[in-house]
Design a protein around this ligand. Structure first.
Ligand SMILES: Nc1ncnc2c1ncn2[C@@H]1O[C@H](COP(=O)(O)OP(=O)(O)O)[C@@H](O)[C@H]1O
Ligand SMILES: [Mg+2]
Length: 225
């Protein structure tokens, strides 16, 4: 199987008021087509930092990122955002739903920022809503939904453009255990069904161990278990 995404020798430092903090130093990770990869590690070890770098949301000091064998991190910002929009989906706790838009509009937003919505897009959105058991929420606003429902909307939004890779940062971290399990199961089955690769940061060891590959972030590097 070929690597769809590869990060090589990533070094990342933060410079806060002259204080240099090295968070990653020689971090490597590879993801194959349709593979699910988990990243675990202690709080503050750099998991979110790594995920932001891998998904082209953050810059880094050294190393390279290959998508389908091609280096993409040295591209211009505009080209990077095209790659992101076309290939990546995101389920991040910080990527909140837009409160002034309905559930359906939120799900269609990644398309709406690029072009006009087509009938096929609405059908796709409806299918995702149905698969995630939130069809009845389509015309509601985010504030009218439970936490678990909101996170399912975020999942539908991440999947709307059939991305190659979905990046998820503690996607069930804010949910109670029972809701987390429901969301997790729906998420996993959709990822498998749609042949998507997944890179997920999680504290949940059951979730991490259900992935094809588990990396632990420790001492600024990723160690494959
Ligand atoms: N924007 C930032 N500026 C400065 N330091 C940061 C920034 N983001 C994260 N850090 C620091 O980098 C380290 C790793 O953070 P993070 O990637 O959020 O870890 P994790 O997701 O594993 O909890 C922490 O020490 C954190 O304080
Ligand atoms: Mg984090």
């Amino acid at each position: 199987m070929t690597n769809i995404l590869e990060l090589k020798n990533i070094k990342k430092t933060y410079n806060t008021a002259g204080n240099i903090l090295t968070v990653l130093d020689g971090a490597n990770l590879s993801v194959q087509e349709q593979q699910t990869v988990a990243i675990v590690g202690e709080s503050g070890s750099g998991k979110s930092t790594f995920l932001h770098i891998a998904s082209l949301l953050d810059k880094f000091d050294e190393g390279e990122i290959l998508l389908d064998g091609k280096e993409i991190s040295s591209l211009k910002d505009k080209e990077k955002s095209v790659i992101r929009n076309k290939n990546f989906g995101f389920v991040y706790q910080s990527h909140l739903l837009l409160q002034e838009f309905t559930v359906l509009e939120n799900i269609l937003m990644p398309i709406l920022i690029e072009r006009k919505i087509k009938k096929a897009d609405r059908i796709r959105a409806g299918e995702l809503l149905a698969k995630l058991n939130i069809l009845e929420c389509a015309s509601k606003f985010p504030t009218e939904l439970s936490g678990g429902q909101q996170q399912r909307v975020a999942i539908a939004r991440a999947l709307i453009q059939s991305p190659k890779i979905v990046f998820a940062d503690e996607p069930t971290g804010n949910l109670d255990p029972e809701t987390a399990k429901t969301v997790k199961d729906l998420f996993n089955s959709l990822i498998a069904e749609e042949n998507i690769s997944l890179v997920i940061v999680s504290h949940d060891l059951t979730l991490a161990n259900s992935c094809d590959k588990v990396y632990k972030l420790e001492d600024k590097q990723l160690i494959e278990n």
